[in-house]
Design a protein around this ligand. Structure first.
Ligand code: FES
Ligand code: FES
Length: 210
């Protein structure tokens, strides 16, 4: 009787399977090391903060402020909940209405779409800061809004004022055209439909400063 080979079909497949399994295991990447550095996000500035609240400093309406915010906190929530700057309104909280608009280094920006730590070391102006240094605590633009009846419920007003202030800063006080004003407030929604009054207020404030 012929002697059977020492290698059987079953033995061959079992051997291949084991070899594949071993190869698979040895090519897997080792898991990242445990520890704070592996679980913390990096900011755009290359700094690593969090995951808990981290110190934050910036200039708010001309004054240096120091607070704490987790890496995921929005500028809007930090202003309203930590710094008591509630003039900035939270309406959609997703960048579509403009009620939360603030100036960051002079440029209008939706604070609900801005991470608080992204304004570290920068200048933020909210509606509370627009009237600073003006008689009666209101800028000419704010006075014009009152005189021209440019608000009803007022929820859009802080954001409108911020956008229009930025426009008047850009024009250097000269009166903008209607199209320019419409363009400037294109990211601000007014559910009460006060747009014609807002445009009239901006035109009347032009020349008197933002
Ligand atoms: S609350 Fe920020 S855009 Fe609406
Ligand atoms: S005044 Fe009510 S949303 Fe503009």
């Amino acid at each position: 009787m012929a002697k059977r080979s020492g290698i059987t079909r079953r033995g061959l497949f079992r051997g291949i399977g084991t070899a594949t399994l071993v190869a698979g295991c040895t090519t897997q990447k080792a898991p990242p090391p445990e520890g704070p550095a592996s679980s913390t996000p990096a900011t755009g500035l290359g700094l690593t903060i969090g995951p808990g609240p981290a110190p934050l400093q910036f200039e708010l309406n001309g004054e240096a402020v120091t607070t704490e915010a987790p890496p995921s906190a929005t500028l809007l929530d930090t202003l309203r909940l930590s710094l008591d700057a509630t003039g900035t309104k939270k309406v959609c909280d997703r960048g579509s209405c403009g009620a939360c608009m603030v100036l960051v280094d002079g440029a209008p920006q939706n604070s609900c779409m801005t991470l608080a730590h992204d304004v570290a070391g920068r200048k933020v102006t909210t509606v509370e800061g627009l009237g600073k240094g003006h008689a009666g605590g209101l800028s000419p633009l704010q006075k014009a809004f009152v005189e021209r009846d440019a608000l009803q419920c007022g929820f859009c007003t802080p954001g409108m004022l911020i956008s229009c202030s930025a426009l008047l800063s850009r024009t250097g006080g000269s009166a903008p055209k209607t199209a320019n004003i419409q363009d400037a407030i294109s990211g601000n929604l007014c559910r009460c439909g006060t747009y014609p009054h807002i445009i009239a207020a901006v035109k009347s404030a032009a020349g008197g400063g933002a």
